[in-house]
Write a protein that binds this ligand. Structure first.
Ligand SMILES: Nc1ncnc2c1ncn2[C@@H]1O[C@H](COP(=O)(O)OP(=O)(O)OP(=O)(O)O)[C@@H](O)[C@H]1O
Length: 418
């Protein structure tokens, strides 16, 4: 005899820059539910989040305990971010939780994987209640029909707010003034910054990049695209000189062939780099002002020796970002959106020849993402710094001149200029 299954209730909880999300999630996992979710009392939950992944990577790296990668020889830390998410979901579903908290589940996933995940979650929703925490309105799962918003620590009911249109983004001009000029100009003036000629990379049992030919010239604005696991991070690590597989390849970084006796510093001094994982490592008590200054010395802490000129330059950046009033606030206390603006100012303050932004909008709410994209467009338009922007999302308003797309093939991913 078949029993009719009681339909499950699903929630979408919108979060923004001010939401105390981590604490909210912790409470749910401890069984402390706000009134709106009281139907979940005494139920077992599981958490699909980057926090869960970080804990699992930690277990593997520090204690050699493989939990979700038991059936593979590859370590979790070497998997691409999309691959990690897929393995995690498979593992969590196997636990058959009563409810599943999804913390920005579509961040870092390519468009196809997002569709696959949406389909899987639709099925999961038949037997498991879903709580989707989302910062981008376009991510909303249609079956999460109970809409709430987390205002600081308080959960409130909300009418569904419409998504911003492309036109609204185009009319968004948040900054007053020009990007501040550097204190001392860069000493690298060649028109060609990076040149990959027939670059290929493989790991044991896995061919990742095949015959990559890509030249990045001064002032160009690129978007680097490609499916999860297509090798974007690997290619970036070749460009930043961090991948030892760059030796013996025709890889030219700022005028020098990789392996020709260049130091890591020769490469790094020409690159401003930002990825959201960097921010999490700055837990120290540095003010917003000092974080920007520290970009001049490439080291946190050395701002104590900053000259008046250096301080004046950092002030110009904070004024541009309309953040001067936040100068004495500790970096850790800023909102995620504010932290990313500061980190971008820090990466740009010297006007390096190349600025790399690796999935910089992950986890941002719509408003902060729009502001961030405007800053990136402004940097690309007003400076001679070349920008490489890595993202899966179609970011409304982003205006790259070119896209370089990696497409997986039997010998590794091949690249194409779009
Ligand atoms: N040390 C390693 N050993 C084995 N495989 C590796 C190693 N490092 C990376 N890989 C594999 O290389 C492939 C490319 O990974 P990479 O992180 O460059 O992809 P990606 O395009 O940045 O992906 P995502 O969009 O998911 O972040 C992946 O399949 C990954 O599992």
């Amino acid at each position: 005899m078949k029993f009719a299954m009681t339909p499950k209730t699903h929630w979408a909880i919108f979060t923004d820059n001010n939401s105390k999300k981590e604490q909210f999630i912790k409470n749910l996992m401890k069984g402390k539910f706000p009134d709106a979710l009281s139907s979940l009392s005494n139920k077992e939950g599981a958490l699909f989040s980057k926090i869960t992944l970080e804990a699992l990577v930690n277990e593997e790296e520090r204690h050699d305990i493989k939990i979700i990668t038991k059936n593979t020889s590859q370590r979790l830390s070497t998997m691409s971010s999309g691959e990690q998410k897929k393995v995690l979901l498979r593992y969590l579903l196997q636990l058959q939780p009563d409810f599943l908290i999804l913390d920005n589940p579509f961040d870092n996933l390519d468009v196809e994987s997002q569709q696959d995940l949406k389909k899987s979650l639709q099925k999961v929703g038949n037997s498991t209640s879903i709580i989707q925490l989302l910062s981008r309105k376009s991510d909303l799962l249609p079956f999460c029909t109970n809409h709430l918003i987390l205002e600081k620590s308080e959960l409130k009911e909300v009418e569904l707010v419409k998504e911003n249109s492309e036109e609204e983004y185009n009319h968004f001009t948040p900054f007053n003034g020009q990007i501040p000029l550097p204190y001392t100009p860069t000493d690298f003036h060649d028109p060609i910054l990076i040149q990959c000629k027939g670059v290929s990379v493989e790991y044991p049992g896995k061919k990742v990049l095949h015959n990559i030919n890509w030249t990045i010239k001064a002032g160009e604005f690129w978007q680097l695209k490609g499916r999860n696991g297509s090798g974007k991070s690997t290619l970036l690590s070749m460009i930043t000189g961090d991948n030892h597989k760059g030796y013996n390849q025709e890889l030219y970084l700022f005028g020098k062939r990789k392996g020709s006796g260049e130091s890591v510093w020769d490469i790094k001094k020409n690159i401003g780099y930002y990825s959201p994982t960097m921010t999490e490592n700055f837990s120290g008590l540095h003010t917003a002002f000092n974080m920007v200054i520290s970009g001049l010395n490439d080291s946190i802490g050395l701002y104590l020796r900053a000259t008046e000129n250096q301080k004046a330059l950092a002030k110009k950046w904070l004024l541009l970002l309309a953040m001067w009033h936040l100068r004495d606030i500790n970096f850790a206390e800023l909102t995620t959106g504010q932290q990313r603006m500061i980190m971008t100012a820090r990466a740009m303050i010297k006007h390096p020849p190349l600025l790399i932004l690796d999935e910089p909008t992950a986890g941002l709410d719509d408003e902060s993402a729009t502001l961030f994209i405007s800053l990136v467009n402004k940097i690309a338009n007003e400076t001679s710094t070349a920008v490489v922007f890595v993202s899966h999302r179609i970011e409304p308003g982003l205006q790259p001149q070119y896209s370089y797309e990696l497409s997986p093939g039997p010998n590794g991913s091949v690249g194409k200029i779009l």
